[in-house]
Design a protein around this ligand. Structure first.
Ligand code: AQP
Length: 349
């Protein structure tokens, strides 16, 4: 049975991009697969080391998982630091991955900025830890937003190099699996992960600039819809969202060269589980002054029950901690087994 792994960093408030790129997909996949959803707290100290309330932020993302509808009993919800095997496997992957691979990552270039020499070593090695997060469970499918595509390709490169470099040891250990890479059958230890990115809004863009992704670190709060925004704020942000002067087209082709229009139609489609074509069949020919209020109503209808439930859950931090503890123990048991096999394959006594 395919196994899902994904995670969200406990940095800042979740926004609509995180919801549509990650949480909503997490919930939808629960019926089909075994899912492991992590709050990746160790990732959140790569770009900024000291946080005012990292524990509180971890509880808040956990509350968002639960409020969105993730079932922590049927599936696993936990925080990364509770399972030390993530860091242990990341160290081994640091020795598998090449420095050149890391230097090419666009997220590293964006987050490190011009002063790259001064970025933390952890920020450079972020993709190794992400590969370890996934592969310590030998997960096969990873629901993420489009911005994580490059990191998942690197995860495949790391898995592939490990599988090839240790091919003889993997065979001798008897712990390998038969997979196909391209059309080639390969006896491997780590699977080749498949990203699950598709959907009408794989990369939700800033409300102020259709060429930039919606992001927690954008200095303008008007650029994003936070999960904690009240109905008036959501409506105001959508009203003020950048658009062009033309009416909405009737067909998807008409969105080409209109990034802001494309973004808002994509958001509407994703929030209502429809295709962009379907949304344009309803709104094509209408002005943004008509479309924006409908989008605001839809966003509030979808997000406000989640926000309300999150607030309720956060009133009982002991419950959240109990969910994380239980999830950490169950995740830890799987990770421990993988690391025992990895030690054996690598030759660590
Ligand atoms: N704009 C987005 N559209 C679609 N998906 C997105 N994700 C993030 N932004 C968008 C997805 O959310 C999940 C969690 O990502 P993360 O914890 O790594 O957070 P992030 O990517 O650091 O979030 P931000 O807002 O982009 O933060 P900054 O500003 O720090 O870079 C992932 O699945 C991601 O793809």
């Amino acid at each position: 049975k395919p196994q899902i792994f994904s995670g969200v960093q406990p940095t800042g408030n979740l926004h609509l991009g995180n919801y549509l790129g990650a949480l909503r997909k997490f919930v939808a996949l629960q019926d089909q697969m075994d899912c492991i959803y992590c709050v990746v707290d160790m990732h959140s100290i790569t770009a900024q080391l000291v946080h005012d309330d990292l524990k509180g932020q971890t509880r808040s993302i956990t509350a968002a998982y639960l409020a969105s509808g993730i079932d922590p009993v049927k599936h696993i919800v936990f925080n990364q630091a509770a399972v030390p095997q993530h860091a242990e496997l990341a160290w081994i992957f640091n020795c598998v991955a090449r420095i050149g691979w890391m230097n090419r990552m666009t997220q590293f270039k964006d987050k490190a900025g011009k002063d790259r020499e001064n970025a933390s070593l952890g920020l450079l090695a972020y993709p190794s830890l992400m590969a370890a997060d996934i592969l310590v469970y030998r997960a096969t499918h990873v629901p993420v937003g489009d911005d994580q595509k490059q990191h998942l390709e690197l995860t495949r490169d790391i898995a592939m190099k490990f599988n090839l470099d240790f091919a003889k040891k993997i065979r001798e250990s008897g712990t390998g699996i038969d997979i196909t890479v391209g059309d080639e059958p390969v006896h491997a230890f780590f699977p080749m992960v498949e990203p699950l990115i598709e959907g009408p809004a794989p990369r939700v863009m800033s409300l102020k600039d259709g060429s930039k992704k919606m992001s927690k670190s954008d200095p303008s709060d008007l650029s994003r819809i936070n999960l904690t925004d009240d109905a008036d704020t959501v409506a105001r942000k959508i009203r003020k969202a950048k658009t062009d002067p033309d009416a909405l087209p009737s067909e998807v082709d008409g969105l080409k060269g209109r990034p802001e229009a494309d973004n808002l139609v994509g958001i509407f489609a994703a929030l209502s589980d429809r295709t962009k074509a379907d949304v344009l069949a309803e709104f094509g020919g209408q002005q943004f002054s008509q479309f924006k209020p409908a989008l605001a109503d839809l966003a509030v209808t979808v997000l406000s029950p989640i926000t309300a439930e999150m607030r309720k859950l956060l009133d009982d931090p002991a419950h959240i901690d109990a969910v994380l503890k239980d999830g950490g123990e169950r995740a830890g048991a799987i990770a421990e087994k993988t690391m025992k096999d990895v030690h054996n394959i690598v030759g660590l006594l």
